[in-house]
Design a protein around this ligand. Structure first.
Ligand code: TYM
Length: 322
Protein backbone atom coordinates (compact mmCIF):
# COMPACT_ATOMS: atom_id res chain seq x y z
CA UNK A 1 0.00 0.00 0.00
CA UNK A 2 1.52 3.37 -0.94
CA UNK A 3 1.73 5.91 1.86
CA UNK A 4 -0.17 9.15 1.36
CA UNK A 5 1.00 12.19 3.30
CA UNK A 6 0.21 15.86 3.31
CA UNK A 7 0.33 18.89 5.57
CA UNK A 8 -1.55 22.13 5.87
CA UNK A 9 -0.55 25.26 7.76
CA UNK A 10 -2.73 26.62 10.57
CA UNK A 11 -2.32 30.26 9.57
CA UNK A 12 -5.99 31.28 9.45
CA UNK A 13 -9.30 29.96 8.26
CA UNK A 14 -9.18 27.37 5.47
CA UNK A 15 -10.38 28.68 2.13
CA UNK A 16 -11.77 27.17 -1.04
CA UNK A 17 -8.22 26.85 -2.46
CA UNK A 18 -7.19 24.69 0.49
CA UNK A 19 -10.34 22.59 0.19
CA UNK A 20 -10.42 21.98 -3.56
CA UNK A 21 -6.63 21.98 -4.00
CA UNK A 22 -5.79 19.70 -1.10
CA UNK A 23 -8.32 18.71 1.58
CA UNK A 24 -10.71 17.12 -0.90
CA UNK A 25 -7.85 14.92 -2.11
CA UNK A 26 -6.92 13.98 1.47
CA UNK A 27 -10.44 12.77 2.01
CA UNK A 28 -10.67 10.86 -1.27
CA UNK A 29 -7.35 9.14 -0.69
CA UNK A 30 -7.79 8.11 2.94
CA UNK A 31 -8.00 4.40 3.53
CA UNK A 32 -6.19 3.18 6.66
CA UNK A 33 -4.65 5.15 9.57
CA UNK A 34 -1.30 3.44 8.83
CA UNK A 35 -1.17 4.57 5.21
CA UNK A 36 -2.84 8.01 5.15
CA UNK A 37 -1.01 10.62 7.25
CA UNK A 38 -2.26 14.19 7.41
CA UNK A 39 -0.77 16.77 9.71
CA UNK A 40 -1.27 20.35 10.79
CA UNK A 41 2.01 22.15 10.04
CA UNK A 42 2.29 24.28 13.19
CA UNK A 43 6.12 24.48 12.98
CA UNK A 44 5.81 25.92 9.49
CA UNK A 45 3.10 28.33 10.65
CA UNK A 46 5.56 29.79 13.16
CA UNK A 47 7.29 31.47 10.22
CA UNK A 48 4.23 33.75 9.91
CA UNK A 49 2.02 33.53 13.03
CA UNK A 50 3.90 35.15 15.90
CA UNK A 51 1.09 35.45 18.47
CA UNK A 52 0.92 32.31 20.66
CA UNK A 53 -2.83 32.46 21.36
CA UNK A 54 -3.51 32.91 17.67
CA UNK A 55 -1.36 29.94 16.68
CA UNK A 56 -3.08 27.75 19.30
CA UNK A 57 -6.50 28.86 18.08
CA UNK A 58 -5.73 28.31 14.39
CA UNK A 59 -4.30 24.88 15.18
CA UNK A 60 -7.46 23.73 16.98
CA UNK A 61 -9.60 25.25 14.22
CA UNK A 62 -7.59 23.36 11.61
CA UNK A 63 -8.26 20.06 13.37
CA UNK A 64 -11.98 20.84 13.71
CA UNK A 65 -12.24 21.89 10.07
CA UNK A 66 -10.46 18.82 8.70
CA UNK A 67 -12.58 16.44 10.76
CA UNK A 68 -15.79 18.29 9.89
CA UNK A 69 -14.92 18.19 6.18
CA UNK A 70 -14.63 14.43 6.24
CA UNK A 71 -11.20 13.40 7.45
CA UNK A 72 -11.97 10.14 9.21
CA UNK A 73 -9.71 8.99 12.08
CA UNK A 74 -10.61 5.38 11.26
CA UNK A 75 -9.15 5.77 7.79
CA UNK A 76 -6.37 8.33 8.32
CA UNK A 77 -4.02 9.58 11.03
CA UNK A 78 -4.39 13.27 11.84
CA UNK A 79 -1.70 14.85 14.00
CA UNK A 80 0.27 17.99 14.77
CA UNK A 81 3.65 18.36 13.09
CA UNK A 82 5.20 19.43 16.42
CA UNK A 83 4.03 16.20 18.09
CA UNK A 84 6.60 14.31 16.00
CA UNK A 85 9.92 15.82 17.19
CA UNK A 86 11.82 13.34 15.00
CA UNK A 87 10.95 15.63 12.08
CA UNK A 88 13.12 18.44 13.46
CA UNK A 89 15.99 15.97 13.96
CA UNK A 90 15.76 14.72 10.40
CA UNK A 91 15.53 18.30 9.19
CA UNK A 92 19.04 18.91 10.54
CA UNK A 93 20.45 15.85 8.79
CA UNK A 94 18.98 17.15 5.53
CA UNK A 95 19.99 20.78 6.09
CA UNK A 96 23.59 19.73 6.37
CA UNK A 97 23.57 18.62 2.75
CA UNK A 98 21.30 21.27 1.25
CA UNK A 99 22.93 23.63 -1.28
CA UNK A 100 22.10 27.30 -0.57
CA UNK A 101 21.38 27.82 -4.25
CA UNK A 102 18.59 25.24 -4.18
CA UNK A 103 16.75 27.21 -1.49
CA UNK A 104 17.48 30.57 -3.12
CA UNK A 105 15.61 29.35 -6.20
CA UNK A 106 12.46 28.41 -4.28
CA UNK A 107 9.57 30.53 -5.50
CA UNK A 108 7.66 30.77 -2.23
CA UNK A 109 10.68 32.27 -0.43
CA UNK A 110 11.38 34.70 -3.26
CA UNK A 111 7.71 35.62 -3.40
CA UNK A 112 7.33 36.19 0.35
CA UNK A 113 10.52 38.24 0.45
CA UNK A 114 9.33 40.35 -2.47
CA UNK A 115 6.15 41.08 -0.52
CA UNK A 116 8.21 42.38 2.41
CA UNK A 117 7.76 39.43 4.79
CA UNK A 118 10.50 39.10 7.39
CA UNK A 119 13.07 36.86 5.73
CA UNK A 120 14.41 34.78 8.62
CA UNK A 121 16.23 31.46 8.43
CA UNK A 122 12.99 29.59 9.17
CA UNK A 123 11.39 30.98 6.05
CA UNK A 124 14.50 30.34 3.97
CA UNK A 125 14.87 26.72 5.08
CA UNK A 126 11.12 26.04 5.03
CA UNK A 127 11.40 23.56 2.10
CA UNK A 128 13.91 21.45 4.05
CA UNK A 129 11.54 21.04 6.99
CA UNK A 130 8.88 20.15 4.44
CA UNK A 131 11.24 17.57 2.90
CA UNK A 132 11.77 16.09 6.39
CA UNK A 133 7.97 15.95 6.84
CA UNK A 134 7.64 13.95 3.67
CA UNK A 135 10.71 11.70 3.87
CA UNK A 136 10.32 10.71 7.51
CA UNK A 137 7.23 8.62 6.74
CA UNK A 138 8.55 6.93 3.57
CA UNK A 139 5.78 8.84 1.76
CA UNK A 140 4.99 7.77 -1.77
CA UNK A 141 2.25 10.23 -2.70
CA UNK A 142 1.80 13.82 -1.55
CA UNK A 143 -1.54 15.38 -2.52
CA UNK A 144 -1.15 19.16 -2.83
CA UNK A 145 -2.12 22.14 -4.96
CA UNK A 146 0.14 23.31 -7.75
CA UNK A 147 1.95 25.90 -5.60
CA UNK A 148 3.60 23.14 -3.54
CA UNK A 149 5.02 21.12 -6.42
CA UNK A 150 8.41 22.84 -6.35
CA UNK A 151 8.75 21.95 -2.66
CA UNK A 152 8.10 18.30 -3.41
CA UNK A 153 10.78 18.45 -6.09
CA UNK A 154 13.16 19.78 -3.41
CA UNK A 155 12.24 16.83 -1.19
CA UNK A 156 12.94 14.46 -4.06
CA UNK A 157 16.27 16.18 -4.82
CA UNK A 158 17.40 16.06 -1.20
CA UNK A 159 16.36 12.41 -0.87
CA UNK A 160 18.18 11.56 -4.09
CA UNK A 161 21.44 13.21 -3.06
CA UNK A 162 21.32 11.71 0.47
CA UNK A 163 20.76 8.26 -1.06
CA UNK A 164 23.61 8.87 -3.47
CA UNK A 165 25.99 9.97 -0.72
CA UNK A 166 25.06 7.51 2.03
CA UNK A 167 23.26 4.64 0.30
CA UNK A 168 19.55 3.89 -0.24
CA UNK A 169 17.75 5.50 2.71
CA UNK A 170 14.73 7.48 1.55
CA UNK A 171 11.73 6.75 -0.66
CA UNK A 172 11.39 9.31 -3.47
CA UNK A 173 7.95 10.98 -3.18
CA UNK A 174 5.64 12.08 -5.99
CA UNK A 175 3.07 14.83 -5.90
CA UNK A 176 -0.58 14.26 -6.74
CA UNK A 177 -2.72 17.09 -8.02
CA UNK A 178 -6.28 17.10 -9.23
CA UNK A 179 -6.22 18.99 -12.53
CA UNK A 180 -9.63 20.48 -11.93
CA UNK A 181 -8.46 22.46 -8.93
CA UNK A 182 -4.67 22.73 -9.13
CA UNK A 183 -4.97 26.49 -8.74
CA UNK A 184 -8.18 27.92 -7.34
CA UNK A 185 -8.50 31.65 -8.12
CA UNK A 186 -9.38 34.23 -5.47
CA UNK A 187 -12.00 36.97 -5.78
CA UNK A 188 -9.51 39.09 -7.75
CA UNK A 189 -8.52 36.32 -10.18
CA UNK A 190 -5.02 35.78 -8.70
CA UNK A 191 -4.30 32.49 -6.89
CA UNK A 192 -6.56 32.29 -3.82
CA UNK A 193 -4.23 32.86 -0.88
CA UNK A 194 -4.44 34.18 2.66
CA UNK A 195 -1.48 36.40 1.96
CA UNK A 196 -3.22 38.05 -1.00
CA UNK A 197 -6.37 38.79 1.06
CA UNK A 198 -8.59 37.39 -1.71
CA UNK A 199 -9.96 34.27 -0.04
CA UNK A 200 -13.42 32.81 0.44
CA UNK A 201 -13.41 30.79 3.66
CA UNK A 202 -14.94 27.32 3.79
CA UNK A 203 -16.79 28.01 7.06
CA UNK A 204 -17.64 31.64 6.42
CA UNK A 205 -20.99 32.79 7.77
CA UNK A 206 -23.41 32.36 4.81
CA UNK A 207 -24.50 36.00 4.84
CA UNK A 208 -20.93 37.31 4.88
CA UNK A 209 -20.00 34.77 2.19
CA UNK A 210 -22.75 36.05 -0.11
CA UNK A 211 -21.43 39.58 0.31
CA UNK A 212 -17.88 38.50 -0.48
CA UNK A 213 -18.99 36.57 -3.55
CA UNK A 214 -20.75 39.69 -4.83
CA UNK A 215 -17.34 41.39 -4.65
CA UNK A 216 -15.71 38.93 -7.10
CA UNK A 217 -14.00 41.12 -9.68
CA UNK A 218 -15.50 40.90 -13.18
CA UNK A 219 -14.86 42.74 -16.44
CA UNK A 220 -16.94 45.54 -17.90
CA UNK A 221 -18.67 43.46 -20.54
CA UNK A 222 -22.29 44.52 -21.21
CA UNK A 223 -24.99 41.94 -20.29
CA UNK A 224 -25.94 41.35 -23.94
CA UNK A 225 -22.36 40.63 -25.02
CA UNK A 226 -21.15 37.05 -25.26
CA UNK A 227 -18.05 35.89 -23.46
CA UNK A 228 -15.86 32.76 -23.54
CA UNK A 229 -16.10 30.95 -20.18
CA UNK A 230 -12.52 29.66 -20.48
CA UNK A 231 -10.15 31.59 -18.23
CA UNK A 232 -12.96 33.47 -16.49
CA UNK A 233 -12.34 33.16 -12.76
CA UNK A 234 -16.02 33.54 -11.79
CA UNK A 235 -16.80 30.62 -14.11
CA UNK A 236 -13.87 28.66 -12.64
CA UNK A 237 -15.20 29.20 -9.11
CA UNK A 238 -18.68 28.17 -10.19
CA UNK A 239 -17.25 25.00 -11.75
CA UNK A 240 -15.90 23.91 -8.36
CA UNK A 241 -19.44 23.41 -7.10
CA UNK A 242 -21.73 23.04 -10.13
CA UNK A 243 -22.67 19.64 -11.57
CA UNK A 244 -21.48 18.90 -15.13
CA UNK A 245 -24.90 19.81 -16.39
CA UNK A 246 -25.01 23.11 -14.48
CA UNK A 247 -21.54 24.03 -15.76
CA UNK A 248 -22.44 23.20 -19.36
CA UNK A 249 -25.57 25.32 -19.10
CA UNK A 250 -23.60 28.24 -17.67
CA UNK A 251 -20.89 27.85 -20.34
CA UNK A 252 -23.57 28.04 -23.04
CA UNK A 253 -25.07 31.14 -21.38
CA UNK A 254 -21.62 32.80 -21.36
CA UNK A 255 -21.17 32.09 -25.07
CA UNK A 256 -24.67 33.25 -25.96
CA UNK A 257 -24.55 36.47 -23.91
CA UNK A 258 -27.60 38.12 -22.40
CA UNK A 259 -26.79 37.51 -18.74
CA UNK A 260 -25.43 39.56 -15.84
CA UNK A 261 -22.53 38.54 -13.60
CA UNK A 262 -24.70 39.31 -10.56
CA UNK A 263 -26.96 36.35 -11.31
CA UNK A 264 -23.99 34.01 -11.73
CA UNK A 265 -22.65 35.19 -8.38
CA UNK A 266 -26.00 34.54 -6.68
CA UNK A 267 -26.11 30.99 -8.06
CA UNK A 268 -22.50 30.45 -6.99
CA UNK A 269 -23.34 31.60 -3.43
CA UNK A 270 -26.36 29.24 -3.27
CA UNK A 271 -24.28 26.29 -4.45
CA UNK A 272 -21.40 27.02 -2.07
CA UNK A 273 -23.60 27.46 1.01
CA UNK A 274 -25.40 24.21 0.24
CA UNK A 275 -22.14 22.36 -0.53
CA UNK A 276 -20.61 23.02 2.92
CA UNK A 277 -23.87 22.87 4.94
CA UNK A 278 -23.42 19.31 6.25
CA UNK A 279 -19.78 19.94 7.19
CA UNK A 280 -20.83 23.11 9.02
CA UNK A 281 -23.29 21.05 11.05
CA UNK A 282 -20.63 18.42 11.87
CA UNK A 283 -18.23 21.16 12.91
CA UNK A 284 -20.73 22.53 15.42
CA UNK A 285 -21.07 19.07 16.94
CA UNK A 286 -17.28 18.68 17.20
CA UNK A 287 -16.80 22.08 18.84
CA UNK A 288 -18.78 20.74 21.78
CA UNK A 289 -16.28 17.86 22.23
CA UNK A 290 -12.72 19.23 22.30
CA UNK A 291 -11.57 16.19 24.31
CA UNK A 292 -12.50 13.95 21.37
CA UNK A 293 -10.40 16.13 19.04
CA UNK A 294 -7.43 15.95 21.42
CA UNK A 295 -7.77 12.17 21.56
CA UNK A 296 -7.79 11.91 17.74
CA UNK A 297 -4.66 14.07 17.48
CA UNK A 298 -2.93 12.01 20.20
CA UNK A 299 -3.70 8.70 18.47
CA UNK A 300 -2.58 10.12 15.12
CA UNK A 301 0.72 11.34 16.57
CA UNK A 302 1.40 7.92 18.16
CA UNK A 303 0.92 6.15 14.80
CA UNK A 304 3.03 8.71 12.96
CA UNK A 305 5.86 8.67 15.52
CA UNK A 306 6.28 4.93 15.23
CA UNK A 307 7.08 5.26 11.54
CA UNK A 308 9.11 8.46 12.04
CA UNK A 309 11.39 6.83 14.63
CA UNK A 310 12.12 3.96 12.25
CA UNK A 311 13.06 6.20 9.32
CA UNK A 312 15.05 8.66 11.48
CA UNK A 313 17.18 5.80 12.84
CA UNK A 314 17.74 4.52 9.31
CA UNK A 315 18.93 7.98 8.22
CA UNK A 316 21.10 8.47 11.33
CA UNK A 317 22.82 5.13 10.83
CA UNK A 318 23.36 5.87 7.15
CA UNK A 319 25.25 9.11 7.81
CA UNK A 320 27.21 7.89 10.84
CA UNK A 321 25.29 9.48 13.72
CA UNK A 322 24.41 6.18 15.45
P1 TYM B 1 -0.62 25.62 2.72
O1 TYM B 1 -1.02 25.53 4.15
O2 TYM B 1 -0.24 26.94 2.17
O3 TYM B 1 -1.78 25.04 1.82
C1 TYM B 1 -2.38 23.78 2.08
C2 TYM B 1 -2.76 23.13 0.77
O4 TYM B 1 -3.69 23.93 0.05
C3 TYM B 1 -3.24 24.08 -1.30
N1 TYM B 1 -3.68 25.40 -1.82
C4 TYM B 1 -4.25 25.58 -3.01
N2 TYM B 1 -4.59 24.71 -3.98
C5 TYM B 1 -5.19 25.21 -5.10
N3 TYM B 1 -5.47 26.54 -5.27
C6 TYM B 1 -5.15 27.44 -4.33
N4 TYM B 1 -5.46 28.72 -4.50
C7 TYM B 1 -4.51 26.98 -3.12
N5 TYM B 1 -4.06 27.59 -1.99
C8 TYM B 1 -3.56 26.60 -1.20
C9 TYM B 1 -1.73 23.99 -1.21
O5 TYM B 1 -1.17 23.62 -2.45
C10 TYM B 1 -1.54 22.93 -0.16
O6 TYM B 1 -1.59 21.63 -0.71
N6 TYM B 1 4.07 23.98 2.73
C11 TYM B 1 2.71 23.54 2.80
C12 TYM B 1 2.39 22.77 4.07
C13 TYM B 1 3.28 21.60 4.27
C14 TYM B 1 3.26 20.39 3.54
C15 TYM B 1 4.28 19.57 4.11
C16 TYM B 1 2.50 19.93 2.48
C17 TYM B 1 4.24 21.50 5.22
N7 TYM B 1 4.86 20.28 5.12
C18 TYM B 1 4.53 18.29 3.61
C19 TYM B 1 2.76 18.64 1.97
C20 TYM B 1 3.77 17.83 2.54
C21 TYM B 1 1.82 24.79 2.76
O7 TYM B 1 2.25 25.86 3.07
O8 TYM B 1 0.54 24.56 2.42
Amino acid sequence: MPRILSGIQPTGRFHWGNYFGAIRQYIDLQDKPETAFYFIADLHALTTVRTPAELRGYTLDAALDLLALGLDPNRASLFLQSDVPEVAQLCWLLLSGTPMGLLERCVSYKDKKARGLRADAGLFTYPVLMAADILIYDSDIVPVGEDQVQHIEVARDLAGSFNHEFGETFVLPKEKILDSSARVPGIDGQKMSKSYGNTLAVFEDPKALRKQIMRIVTDSRLPEQSKPPEGDHLFELYSLFGSDEQCQTLAATYRRGGFGYGDVKKSLADLAVEFFAAARQRREELVAHPERVREILGDGAATARKKAAEVLLRAQKACGIK
